[in-house]
Design a protein around this ligand. Structure first.
Ligand code: FMN
Length: 206
């Protein structure tokens, strides 16, 4: 062990819940995809996922990693398997509490939009609706569903096919202003972060 290491731990020797807590506080801050989806009968679902990121740019591909609920699939995964369409709603500070409530273990027949009295708007290219008050949303279609070997997680890869961006937050340089969209990020367990200081750095030119 490098004696400058204040603490050196081996995940497989740790209690799994403890290893997971440490892991999620280190792989942080994580963006949050607030995912709307529907089942084959058109029942709407809304739930947050922070094992979420961008994985390819042409076309635009995102990933979600979805764990299990007990021994079965979460409603979102089942819906994505059944209908292959979803919307990633961006969670602003104002929407944080509502997002958190949608992570509750609501039964499959519950429409979280109705429980929370969240206004929905129809999407254009996919069937699941979007969260009207989200600063931005991305309509997406499932490309691949990959079970992660030796785990109870499933990786979902989806292509972003349409953006919705609220009036006034997109700057002329093509970037959303994070001080206006105010996305929250997930840290460890129940900890979250807001955008602090935003600074720029030019990439080296070699
Ligand atoms: C901020 C946040 C992020 C979450 N990220 C994930 C995630 O990446 N993967 C996952 O399986 N569950 C995640 N969860 C838990 C799910 O939201 C929760 O299991 C939810 O009930 C799933 O809903 P569903 O069964 O309607 O799909 C997260 C919860 C919160 C509050």
């Amino acid at each position: 062990m490098n004696n400058k290491d204040p603490l050196s731990l081996i995940p497989s020797e740790m209690e799994p819940a403890g290893a997971y807590r440490l892991f999620q506080s280190l792989v942080a801050p994580r963006p949050i995809a607030w995912v709307s989806s529907i089942d084959s009968r058109g029942k709407v679902n809304l739930a947050p996922f922070s094992f979420f990121n961008a994985v390819a740019t042409r076309p635009l591909i995102v990933m979600l990693a979805i764990g299990q609920k007990g021994t079965g699939p979460k409603d979102t995964l089942r819906n994505l398997q059944e209908t292959g369409e979803f919307v990633i709603n961006i969670v602003s500070e104002e929407l944080a509490e509502a997002m958190n409530i949608t992570s509750g273990d609501w039964p499959p027949e519950t429409n979280e939009f109705e429980v929370l009295q969240l206004t929905s708007l129809p999407s254009i290219d996919v069937k699941p609706p979007r969260v009207a008050d989200a600063p931005a949303a991305m309509e997406a279609k499932v490309r691949q569903i990959v079970p992660v070997e030796g785990t109870s997680s499933t990786l979902v890869l989806g292509e972003v096919i349409r953006f919705h961006v609220q009036e006034g937050i997109l700057r002329p340089n093509g970037l959303v202003d994070p001080l206006l969209s105010k996305p929250i990020a997930r840290l460890g367990d129940n900890e979250y972060a807001t955008i602090g200081r935003v600074f720029t750095m030019n990439r080296p030119k070699f």
